[in-house]
Design a protein around this ligand. Structure first.
Ligand code: HEM
Length: 601
């Protein structure tokens, strides 16, 4: 007879395996011990002597929850890292950003230590693997992601001379001037429609910076630009459309919402290709994300192919021109950075006794790199700069007066200063204002390096492979420095201080936007710009500092001079003029509005 009888442990004979209380206690003890050891093994392993947050060190996730919370809440996780580092009140600190007992990250918040690491200790600290694992995925052959090796030097030789005054002033500057001129015209048209109301400056500055790198990179070989269509669309607005944009509320603080006009198809592809890089680098698995996009994202595949097609076409045009006009060492035909790179490749090939190869993955990524590295950085800096100028009317009017005095002929003739005047006429206050915008714009909060050997920083052991975040803002830059025992600095840092002195800002006003800090009386008694006045490193320092620094400064200088010449930047309402940011490729303002009053109606 079969009947359903519920089974119990007794029926299964499990009673035979019942453990005695002592055995159970021992087994539970062993298990707890194993789990405890596992837990300990997964806890962060602080580096000795370097301060850290003790609560984070008691969690196997370390500082990751705090970092993620800051990412979600403020969108500024790097600012959060800086706050954690500053809170230790030490110039060196550590955070646990790799889970399960991974390597601590070391943060340096001291200008002199940053200088030492970046300028004098290049063999001990090189480009971080974090950059090759992120930016290196979409740009695997660009020199920015390489360690400082022979390959990096060879790639940099291809770009050599592009940042010399001869190229920048004769080739790049007139074209950049033309694109800033379009921005001035666009804002004159927008200011007329907005009648004193604020409007979003983000896209306009972004497009003007893109136009500048297109001018620098490709010159007249590629005519389309991004600002011109915006200008045409704004000039073509009818009275009714302009009135509709202003709306009926009459509230002088409500922003006018100008639509963005479509840009040329290739410009759109270049922009979009640049924009897909950011989410790729932010992904926890960039390689997998890129593979997935290449396999399944049709828009991505189209944009990426259009970008490569465009770059190849530009190389072909330059090579054709090189073969037609570039006899021997004659460089007068060179009208763009691509022309220059082709010229260099031919010179190197001849020296090395080989045939030149003009289209390679290295050349493709280097040329695209002009756009990626040079576009958002300049535009973000300018957006911060406009905020700073609007919030500091005294500085703005001093600057305008200095420009009017420096470009007196332009003022008398009722015209804009020429490109030649902006580059060559000395206006120390303009140099000082540009330098101060760069100092106060947190475009890059710092740079990453990896320790290449077991070494020390400020007397603390730093094992090979440690990621080091070197901050360029915070303590010693715009907040009082943390105390440092001088004997803990390297002999070379101590010697540099003895020989050349130490540059420091006055703690009373180091947080202020004050161009005067860059001015000093020269021997002649004249006020002159002094670039060595105090700590600032917006482009980083040393061998791996920003390659495009001179171009970046030229762009910012041109924009500041022409915009302040033409417009008064009035303060925007509080809710539009805060300093909240988003951390992506750069540390960018969340809101960037302008309220313009033309200087000459
Ligand atoms: C205001 C504008 C700019 C700012 C604030 C800026 C800032 C920076 C910073 C902080 C770095 C990292 C340096 C390091 O790791 O030590 C960098 C690297 C770099 N920048 Fe810029 N940059 C600007 C404009 C440009 C422009 C216009 C270009 C080129 C067209 C450019 C090309 C590069 C390149 C190629 C690197 C990598 C250098 C290397 O790895 O050897 N940048 N930039």
């Amino acid at each position: 007879m079969s009947s359903f009888i519920p089974l119990s442990p007794l029926d299964l004979g499990l009673t035979r395996y019942t453990l005695s209380p002592t055995t159970t206690t021992v087994l539970v003890g062993i298990l707890s011990f194993v789990l405890w050891r596992l837990y300990l093994a997964l806890l962060p392993k602080p580096l000795p002597g370097i301060p850290y947050n003790h609560a984070s060190a008691r969690s196997i996730l370390g500082d990751i929850p705090g970092y993620l919370k800051a990412s979600r809440k403020t969108r500024e996780p790097i600012t959060w890292i800086l706050q954690q580092a500053s809170a230790t009140n030490s110039p060196i600190s550590q955070l646990f950003l790799e889970p399960f007992g991974g390597k601590p990250f070391v943060a340096i918040t001291d200008f002199r230590e940053a200088q030492d690491i970046l300028m004098r200790r290049g063999k001990e600290f090189d480009r971080s693997d974090i950059l090759s694992g992120t930016l290196g995925v979409p740009l695997p052959h660009h020199h920015i992601v390489r360690k400082t090796d022979a390959g990096w030097r060879a790639q940099r030789r291809l770009l050599q001379d592009l940042m010399l005054p001869t190229f920048l002033h004769n080739v790049a500057a007139p074209n950049i001037y033309a694109s800033v001129n379009n921005l001035v015209k666009l804002w004159q048209a927008k200011a007329k429609i907005a009648s004193g109301r604020p409007f979003d400056a983000d896209r306009d500055i972004y497009y003007a910076a893109l136009d500048s790198v297109l001018e620098f990179g490709f010159g007249p070989s590629f005519a389309p630009r991004a600002t011109k269509p915006q200008l045409d669309a704004t000039l073509n607005l009818s009275q009714e459309q302009a009135q509709a944009l202003r709306g009926t509320s009459g509230d002088a603080d409500t922003p006018v919402d100008f639509a963005s006009a479509p840009v040329d198809e290739t410009v759109h592809a270049i922009l979009s290709a640049g924009e897909v890089i950011e989410p790729l680098t932010a992904s926890p698995f960039p390689r997998l994300t890129l593979l997935f996009k290449k396999l399944f994202d049709k828009d991505f595949v189209k944009i990426w192919a259009a970008k490569d097609r465009f770059l190849k076409e530009q190389v072909e045009i330059a090579v054709e021109r090189l073969q037609k006009h570039g006899e021997g060492n004659d460089e007068s035909w060179v009208k763009s950075a691509v022309d220059h790179v082709m010229h260099r490749e031919r010179v190197f090939a001849a020296k090395e006794g080989r045939q030149p190869v003009y289209w390679t993955p290295v050349i493709r990524d280097e040329i695209f790199g002009f756009i990626v590295a040079g576009h958002e950085t300049s535009s973000t800096t300018m957006l911060w700069g406009l905020k700073l100028l609007a919030d500091n009317p005294r500085v703005q009017s001093t600057l305008r007066q200095a420009l009017q005095a420096g470009y007196a002929a332009a003022l008398a003739e009722g015209r804009d200063p020429s490109v030649h005047e902006i580059i060559h006429a000395p206006v120390p206050y303009l140099d000082a204002a540009v330098e101060e915008i760069l100092r106060c714009s947190p475009t890059a909060l710092g740079v990453m390096r990896d320790a290449m050997v077991d070494t020390t920083i400020l007397g603390c052991p730093i094992p090979k492979g440690t990621h080091v975040f070197v901050f360029s803002t915070g303590p010693s830059f715009n907040q009082p420095a943390r105390p440092v025992d001088e004997t803990l600095r390297t002999p070379s840092a101590q010697a540099a201080a003895r020989e050349r002195g130490v540059r420091e800002w006055d703690p009373q006003d180091m947080h202020e936007f004050k161009p005067e800090r860059w001015l000093a009386k020269a021997e002649s008694g004249q006020v002159a710009f002094d670039s060595t006045s105090g700590p600032s490193m917006p482009f980083s320092l040393g061998t791996r500092a920003c390659y495009g620094r001179r171009l970046g400064v030229l762009e910012v200088r041109m924009m500041v001079a022409l915009l302040v010449w033409n417009f008064e930047f009035l303060k925007c309402p509080e809710e539009l003029s805060d300093y909240a940011a988003i951390d992506g490729m750069t540390h960018k303002p969340q809101r960037a509005f302008v309220r313009l009053k033309p200087v000459r109606e």
